[in-house]
Design a protein around this ligand. Structure first.
Ligand code: SAM
Length: 259
């Protein structure tokens, strides 16, 4: 494998998938891709591209592997308690109907966790919850709303009974909750952002993005928030230069756009 092989692979993959590997950390990405290639018994990126280009099933497995879709309801429960008890009440003081975006929502556990919180906090009010992901397969699963017990391990029995019904070993989310979230395909590194959000969550999505890609992304999230809006990041993703971007510190892992 050489640099030319890698450069050409990145170009071809971008043309096929719209995934721009230039915006991901090269060492981690090359290691992940090499591991995947080794399992297929190929040793050059050119041969690997040919393989995924001619095998749609393998291509899909590779894209899933690259974008890693692991998620769960109320991920990092102590942060969700702060969201519920401190952040949302603060936002509701200025906007009675919130405009929320879960960016990189995977199979929907994150936006549906929000839907439960909002339904309980403000019965009768329909907030907007937009949930986006690059991966259409994950979005299809999200819309279906069927989960394994492992996905639901942070949900107390009361919410489980209230919002889910059993289908054999799995749990199906009820239609009311499913109707509260609007799913759309969206590539955070390429597509336009809407504006006017009260709350944006982008958690456990940027792990493999370069520092430059992350910085550009955070600036775009800042622009997408309303004044007073809050940006919620993952448990290992504190933003060191939040002040340079224009954010104020609200709580650990929550940043606020000044009023
Ligand atoms: C680990 S999951 C995180 C899910 C959820 N936010 C959570 O914290 O549980 C990461 C998600 O980010 C998505 N993703 C990765 N790169 C993306 C991009 N450029 N644009 C949009 N979504 C992306 C993946 O498809 C994946 O579903």
């Amino acid at each position: 494998m050489n640099d030319r092989d890698w450069e050409q692979f990145k170009q071809k993959l971008f043309a096929k998938s719209n995934i721009d590997l230039n915006q991901y950390k090269p060492a981690q990405m090359q290691r992940r891709i090499s591991n995947f290639m080794a399992r297929q018994g190929v040793s050059t990126y050119a041969a690997f591209f040919q393989l995924i280009d001619s095998d749609p099933k393998l291509y899909k497995t590779f894209i899933d592997y690259l974008t890693i879709n692991v998620t769960e309801f109320f991920r990092t429960p102590e942060k969700f308690i702060e969201l519920e008890e401190k952040v949302i009440p603060q936002l509701l003081t200025t906007s009675p109907r919130l405009n929320i975006w879960s960016a990189g929502c995977s199979t929907g556990a994150e936006p549906y966790s929000l839907a439960m919180i909002m339904a309980e906090k403000t019965p009768g009010v329909r907030h907007r919850i937009l949930a986006t992901d690059i991966d259409v397969e994950m979005l299809a699963k999200a819309k279906k709303g069927v989960y394994t017990p492992g996905d639901l391990k942070n949900i107390p029995q009361e919410r489980l009974t209230k919002y889910f019904s059993r289908i054999d070993a799995d749990y199906a989310l009820n239609d009311d909750m499913r109707g509260r979230v609007e799913f759309q395909q969206h590539n955070l590194l390429l597509d336009k952002f809407e504006t006017g959000f009260d709350l944006i969550l982008c958690r456990n999505v940027v792990i493999y993005f370069t520092e430059e890609a992350k910085d550009a992304l955070y600036r775009r999230f800042f622009a997408a928030l309303k004044p007073g809006g809050i940006f919620f990041v993952g448990g290992t993703e504190a933003i060191l230069n939040f002040r340079d971007i224009g954010f104020q510190h609200f709580l650990p892992f929550f940043y606020r756009k000044p009023l």
